[in-house]
Design a binder for this molecule. Structure first.
Ligand code: ATP
Length: 354
């Protein structure tokens, strides 16, 4: 399997720059997510790694070898397309063996390899069925089988579950993750779905407008977003943003938000000017004795929890609180923000203060 190092990777299409100098490392055996909104350059990045698109500048190293200018055929990487990229008139066995047949692998080896792949994917009983009549899940498994059978260095997947309905998608996501845990093959996976990225990924790169905003584990990205964009993109409901003018010195553990002093995780750098305090809805609690006040505007029941929307002097705030707790619309309540999990951003650059 393979480690993939991306250095200052850039892709221009005429006057338009789709990828603006990305750098990150995909470790051997990682399930690695390229996440971001439509048009941010995820697919272009994936296609450059696979060799389907050549970079304008920058480097792609696979196991230390610079493959940036090599064609796809010399990279030993498998693309897993959405399920409809199968040959509908061929049966499952022939779909899976196709890459080996076209490489001229001897028949006996092909039979053994297909049997092994079918066992891994649990599709031994449908090998002789035409793919045209298969369920969505089985087609997805066949598409995976066709990628696995070549034993490539790494797998590239571009929204492979994109065409599936929500429930089934979740099931296939679990199956894919379980398959990865068994095979431990380096996998790069493109998605615009932050939940999918958080659930499945060992690491995530968050992209926006061709720029890598942050690179880290799901927990690092959720707990310590590097930018306002990441903070807003990851999490549902989204992180709350309280906008204000203020200042805090390096070493400070509190900041004045209007008349209220908020506790903060200790800052390592000075913060001043137009600031944004970020707090996730699950880190806001309602407490009568809290000095910071808000008015309940709406409450959305979600079973064990409810999302309460409050208006404050610094904008709307959502709180995820136990559904048993009473929050009446129109009532003034105190809000307590969990100091350990607060994030502070520069409103102009969008960058988090550390
Ligand atoms: P999506 O999820 O919508 O596919 P993405 O993040 O994968 O989004 P890309 O497909 O990488 O985005 O495209 C990034 C930008 O580059 C888009 O604005 C797209 O229009 C542009 N682009 C991609 N391929 C080409 C091309 N061959 N020629 C010109 N522009 C392109």
């Amino acid at each position: 399997m393979a480690e993939i190092v991306i250095r200052n990777l850039r892709k221009e299409f005429g006057a338009f720059t789709a990828v603006k100098g990305s750098s990150f490392t995909i470790r051997d055996g990682e399930f690695f997510m390229l996440l971001g909104p439509s048009g941010c350059g995820k697919t272009t990045t994936l296609r450059m790694i696979a060799g389907l698109e050549l970079p304008t500048s920058g480097e792609i190293l696979i196991d230390g070898e610079d493959v940036s200018q090599k064609p796809a055929s010399q990279r030993d990487i498998a693309m897993v397309f959405q399920m409809f990229a199968l040959y509908p008139h061929l049966n499952v066995r022939r779909n899976i063996s196709y890459p080996l047949v076209s490489q001229g692998v001897p028949k006996s080896q092909i039979a053994a390899k297909v049997a092994e792949v079918a066992r891994i994917l649990g599709i031994e009983d449908i090998l002789d069925k035409p793919v045209g009549g298969l369920s969505g899940g089985d087609r997805q498994r066949v598409a995976l089988g066709r990628a696995i059978v070549r034993n490539p260095k790494a797998f590239m997947m571009d929204e492979p579950l994109g065409a599936l309905d929500a429930e089934f998608r979740e099931h296939m996501a679990e199956e894919l993750r379980a398959l990865h845990d068994r095979m431990r093959a380096t996998t790069v996976y493109v998605t615009h779905d932050q939940l999918e990225a958080m659930q499945m990924g060992d690491k995530i790169v968050v992209m926006n407008h061709g720029v890598v905003e942050q690179f880290g584990t799901p927990q690092e990205i959720y707990d310590h977003p590097a930018t306002l964009f990441v903070a807003d993109f990851i999490g549902s409901p989204a992180m709350n943003f309280l906008r204000f003018d203020g200042q805090a010195r390096a070493g400070a553990q509190s900041i004045a938000l209007g008349d209220t002093v908020m506790d903060l995780p200790q800052l390592q750098e000075d913060a001043a000017g137009a600031l944004v305090l970020g707090v996730r809805p699950e880190h806001v609690t309602l407490a009568d004795d809290a000095l910071y006040r808000g008015r309940v505007e709406a409450a959305e029941y979600l079973g064990t929890t409810q999302i309460v929307t409050l208006s404050t002097a610094h904008g709307p705030v959502k709180a995820r609180i136990p559904s048993g707790q009473v929050a009446r619309v129109g009532e003034k309540v105190g809000l307590r923000l969990n100091a350990r999990t607060l994030a502070l951003f520069d409103a102009n650059s969008g960058r988090a203060f550390r």
